[in-house]
Design a protein around this ligand. Structure first.
Ligand code: DP6
Length: 398
């Protein structure tokens, strides 16, 4: 009856963050296990602004594994989804075999229903697969009572997802082993380490779809000699340097290296044959603007980085936000939605000195930036205790 069915439903909800790499991951040495050719380092962004929320339920009444993404049912047969699900089930089996106490009396043969949503528009082209897989793995692990090292499982969903399993500043160590057991994420510093650090995401108006990262990086591995040099020589040096800048909260060093590494990643894309272009004219406008702003101040006040798309992610310290936001507003005057132009954490108003305006705001491009999202570093995946937040009902459906 209904009561028995409800009692047999195990249900868990989690949220997980987006991360932005400051030393980029680009290229795999194993496509199936998702093992990278170089280590990478990222900043986990705060879930108050960007997050994925996922509910997973298991019941003996379910007849097959099912997944709903933003309300639409999607095929659970995708190999990366299957890899994550099978890995969590394997860890659960292993754990139960090795322990006498029954930690999670959930039958492993029960099928799961999963519903997942982003709190930001997917159309904006903000990376969602990292948060998505980190959230999926967190929620499944909780459902099956699996604890401990889970970045290895999230990595099987999407490489960058392993870094979303931790908050703050996170390194994904490439590892050496062919089985990937040492290709894991580890926290370099918690999100509280650098309280003044802020992040602005400039969502630009893009027209066309880009080459997906998975396909793009494979072509780069196959054709770019620059990428090989980067992975073997440049990244190992930069990682050590970047960790020191973070440890010392040295924005000058952190910012310079962040920009250089983003630029080298996009240079490897241009060195790929046929070449891949992720930056567009607006991205390049933003790059030039950041350099003019820093030159005017005589130090690194803002640092941009771009992933496999034209949106800019810009790091700065809290005392720079109001002035830089005003510079962006003057450089890319909002088309219509003037009131919604700045979203996320509050931004004070600022009056720009005449000299700064003249030196930095040179050729305004109206409407080029759709909006700015103001955020900061944040924690890793969180469990949601409030049952009203579940994305699946008592019947196990969205
Ligand atoms: C440019 O993690 O999306 O954002 O492992 O094939 O799923 P797959 O690729 P993905 O690649 C991210 C590439 C990047 C740089 C980074 O996040 O380090």
């Amino acid at each position: 009856g209904a009561m028995a069915e409800e009692r047999s439903l195990a249900i868990v909800t989690c949220t997980a963050p987006v991360n932005i790499a400051v030393i980029k991951y680009w290229g795999k040495r194993d496509n199936d296990l998702i093992l990278p050719i170089n280590s990478s380092l990222s900043v986990t962004l705060h879930q108050d602004q960007l997050k994925t929320i996922t509910t997973a339920a298991a019941s003996r009444n379910f007849t097959k594994d099912r997944l709903w993404l933003n309300g639409e049912e999607v095929d659970m047969g995708q190999p990366r989804l299957q890899a994550c699900l099978q890995e969590v089930r394997r860890l659960a089996r292993k754990r139960r075999g090795g322990s006498s106490e029954d930690v999670a009396p959930l039958n492993l043969s029960y099928k799961v229903h999963i519903a997942t949503q982003n709190n930001f528009p997917t159309a904006a082209g903000l990376a969602s697969s990292a948060a998505g897989y980190a959230c999926l793995v967190s929620v499944l692990a909780r459902l099956y009572g699996v604890e401990g090292e889970l970045s290895e499982v999230a990595r099987r969903g999407s490489g960058s997802a392993c870094r979303s399993m931790l908050g703050g500043f996170v390194e994904w160590c490439r590892g050496e082993r062919p089985d990937g057991k040492d290709s894991l994420a580890q926290q370099v510093a918690p999100e509280t380490h650098w309280p003044e650090l802020r992040v602005l995401i400039l969502v630009v108006s893009a027209e066309k779809k880009q080459v997906a990262s998975t396909a793009g990086m494979q072509t780069s591995v196959d054709t770019s000699p620059l990428l090989k040099h980067r992975a073997e020589v440049v990244v190992p040096e930069r990682l050590k340097l970047m960790m020191r800048h973070i440890r010392e909260r040295d924005f000058e060093g952190f910012g310079q290296l962040t920009m250089k590494d983003s630029n080298q990643f996009h240079a490897t894309c241009l060195d790929t044959f046929p070449p891949i272009f992720y930056l567009n004219d607006i991205s390049r406008h933003i790059i030039a603007l950041a350099h003019r702003f820093n030159a005017h101040h005589g130090s690194t006040k803002v640092a941009y980085t771009f992933d496999a798309g034209p949106n800019a992610v810009i790091f700065m310290l809290a005392d720079t936000v109001a002035e830089f936001v005003e510079v962006v507003r003057r450089s890319f005057p909002p088309a219509t939605n003037g009131d919604q132009f700045v979203r996320g954490l509050p931004v004070d108003s600022a009056v720009l000195p005449k000299e700064l305006l003249a030196a930095v705001v040179t050729e305004p491009v109206p409407g080029a930036v759709r909006y700015i999202l103001h955020t900061k570093p944040g924690p890793g995946p969180q469990f949601v205790d409030d049952p009203s937040q579940h994305l699946l009902g008592a019947d196990g459906l969205p």
